[in-house]
Design a protein around this ligand. Sequence first.
Ligand SMILES: Nc1nc2c(c(=O)[nH]1)N[C@H]1C(S)=C(S)[C@@H](COP(=O)(O)OP(=O)(O)OC[C@H]3O[C@@H](n4cnc5c(=O)[nH]c(N)nc54)[C@H](O)[C@@H]3O)O[C@H]1N2
Ligand SMILES: Nc1nc2c(c(=O)[nH]1)N[C@H]1C(S)=C(S)[C@@H](COP(=O)(O)OP(=O)(O)OC[C@H]3O[C@@H](n4cnc5c(=O)[nH]c(N)nc54)[C@H](O)[C@@H]3O)O[C@H]1N2
Ligand code: SF4
Ligand SMILES: [Mo]
Length: 751
Amino acid sequence: MALNLTRRKFLQTASLAAATAAMSGCFANRATASTPFVKKPFTAPGSFADTKTAVGGVCEMCFWRCQLVGKVRDGKLVKLEGNPKSIDNGASICARGNAGVKLLYDPDRLKFPMKNVGKRGAPQWKRITWDEALDECAAKLKGVVDKYGPHGIAMFPHGSSATYPMGFFEKVVGTPNVSEASFFQCRGIRDMAYVATLDTPPDENVDMANAKAIMLLGGHFGENVHVSHVKRYLKGLENGAKLIVVDPRFSASAAKAHIWVKIKPGTDTAFLLAIMNHLIKTGKYNKAYVEANGVGFDKFKAGISHATLAWAAKTCDVPVKQIKEVAELLAANSPNVSIHPGRHVSWYGNDFQRERSLACLTGLLGAIGVKGGFVKGKGPKVGKAGGWPKINEEHAEEHALHRMAKKHPFSPPGTPTDMIREAAITGKPYAIKGFVAWGQNPIQTIPDQEMTIKMLQQMDFVMVCDIMPTDITMYADILLPESSYLERYDMIKPGTQWDLSGKQEQYISARMPLVSVTAADHERKDPVWITNEIAKRMGLGQHIPVQTMEEKTNKALAGANLSIEQLVKEDGIHVQPGADPYGMVLKVNFFSQEVADAGFSGIPTYIPVPETPKGYARLVYGRSPVHTFNRSQNNAWLANEMPENPVWLNDESAKKMGLKDGDRIELVNQDGVKSQTSSVVKVTPGIRKDTVYMAHGYGTKNPAMTVAVGKGIDDQSLITKLAVDPETGAHGMRNNFVKFVKNGKVLNIPA
Ligand SMILES: Nc1nc2c(c(=O)[nH]1)N[C@H]1C(S)=C(S)[C@@H](COP(=O)(O)OP(=O)(O)OC[C@H]3O[C@@H](n4cnc5c(=O)[nH]c(N)nc54)[C@H](O)[C@@H]3O)O[C@H]1N2
Ligand SMILES: Nc1nc2c(c(=O)[nH]1)N[C@H]1C(S)=C(S)[C@@H](COP(=O)(O)OP(=O)(O)OC[C@H]3O[C@@H](n4cnc5c(=O)[nH]c(N)nc54)[C@H](O)[C@@H]3O)O[C@H]1N2
Ligand code: SF4
Ligand SMILES: [Mo]
């Protein structure tokens, strides 16, 4: 009772303070967030000694959200560093994090609200006022809702700035047609498969730092860069962990591996089933854990007994000896093994079963709640803030396309992308006529660009809120410029740490502006302001939960007895004692009745992928260590590091094709779609003959991205054949095949 009262009082004080702060700033540009400086600057090296240190930065060059400080000289941000107080990334940040400075001052950034007076896809921009832009967005979106219902709107969000508007569209407007890139093209399958198997989504931070063995499927750490994640992985290797990397390509991780399994793409589930079958047959699994916590183990055991080493060797094109070696190595180090759950897992359309297999293997080894295994660090409690009331959520649920069609019962939150696109194009089972992209670039993020463009062209209205003129902005009717992550209050980043320092600690950081957004040459605004202004104009202003980003931040911090002011006093990060991450026991659904009842295989099953047609190789993709998807392509510093994406080709194949390293080429896929831009070949023994590889995110088409336009090849433009994972409705994107084109001549790839 007393605590509740105190908390309530605290909340009232916090929102009062925030309201006062908002009032005092209401005549200036609304986004005039003051920069919190520390009184005694952190030691700054060399020429940065004359700078002031701004604290409270949280990076969003990618979604790992490392904690930053900014070096500011004469009001200008000149350098970013890891916040030395961070127990997560520490003082380290990656190349992309560093280059945030260049994004902030990129002359190509969106500056003013714009109206497209040309065509979608071939825009002609006219600068308009915020009032004009907001009036038009609200009127058009309301028009769609009035005519077609709330489900007539689709929203494609991604990133921290999109969470507030997403709440508005889902809960207040009431549309289910929200497709988040992080779920449907990234990790949604993984999370749902682990929940079906272990009752909880995985923490990517499997305890690699304390593992005796680590296994990665795909997972190309070093190219996939998330600072504290990579630190854990490297610490594990430093401590002597044995590394198994399963990848058709000699990735940065494969280069560090004790065993590199050069697997045939798409066959990983067969590989995992054979390992599990071998461990069971030879009695080398964790019987104690399985007996105590296994569900449906006998069914599972019988159901995978066909998966012999010889079968998998043939299916996966891997020697029997090597599969056995991997199984024995895992068994010898069990239970202290990190079976990494992966992150980008939307691969082939058979991915739910692979992710279930990974979770089952974790359980079979008893690698749960133990050092080196599947653990979940307990983070600190923070308050919820900026949550919209559930005015129309019921309407949304009733109109969710996958529920109406009784499909994809394991869909992650939102609606499967493909169902939204289909409905929009066919008008069935209902019309979708209003489109909002907020922090997502669906042109390069979602397979089958032609379908995406068709969907956009049939809309009555398209609104895009972004910071850079990426390709999706070319399809906007109204384009809204947002302030960047370095200029706004935004989100809370809590976390936990036990493996790097050995101390069990938790932290709470909040994104604060490192520089002021106000300037004469632009009119960027933050997502709370933009969303609220649209809500008011749609006649929904009475539901607005917070007035400003600062209020939202303070409210969330109040849940941890903190405030912005207090956090600044603590140099931007509050650190408190943590909790023991070990000891967790989870039951393991080896056979899942729930999955079986939904009409799928309740025992993890390998579903074969389409074979590579003669003359082609399978196109797979991954990360450039110095870029984040497409979003960083215009960053001059990063573009300088890797201006285009070389296409990896097996050296023996290259020789037969007459291609040399560095030759300029184009690609053409199985549907005759040719890349609109070119790149160079990287000739290497480090890739299978049936596979070619390139980094994702290149090949920008928008001339407004003056650094990036036309550089490298857009992998997505060649992914015309898509797969949909039946359990989740998420996309599979690696069932496309390409040939090389040199000087206009199509070159077959030898088998
Ligand atoms: N072919 C292929 N497709 C893929 C992938 C792949 O590897 N290959 N990867 C998949 C994965 S794992 C993911 S997570 C997704 C990523 O998908 P996206 O998130 O769509 O990828 P980005 O290219 O980063 O595009 C994000 C957009 O947000 C904008 N943006 C950046 N910061 C802000 C901000 O603060 N506010 C606003 N309003 N906008 C901002 C950027 O300018 C850009 O237009 O793509 C998926 N799709
Ligand atoms: N620098 C940088 N780091 C990033 C990002 C970024 O944009 N830039 N994005 C972040 C995000 S959102 C995500 S989701 C992650 C994604 O990063 P990951 O989760 O590591 O992505 P994967 O698709 O698992 O890994 C790509 C690797 O899979 C291999 N591969 C292709 N097909 C197969 C197959 O059939 N089987 C196996 N075993 N391997 C295969 C490819 O050769 C490649 O080496 O990266 C994150 N980190
Ligand atoms: S990993 Fe790099 S880009 Fe991602 S949040 Fe950290 S510093 Fe920023
Ligand atoms: Mo992702």
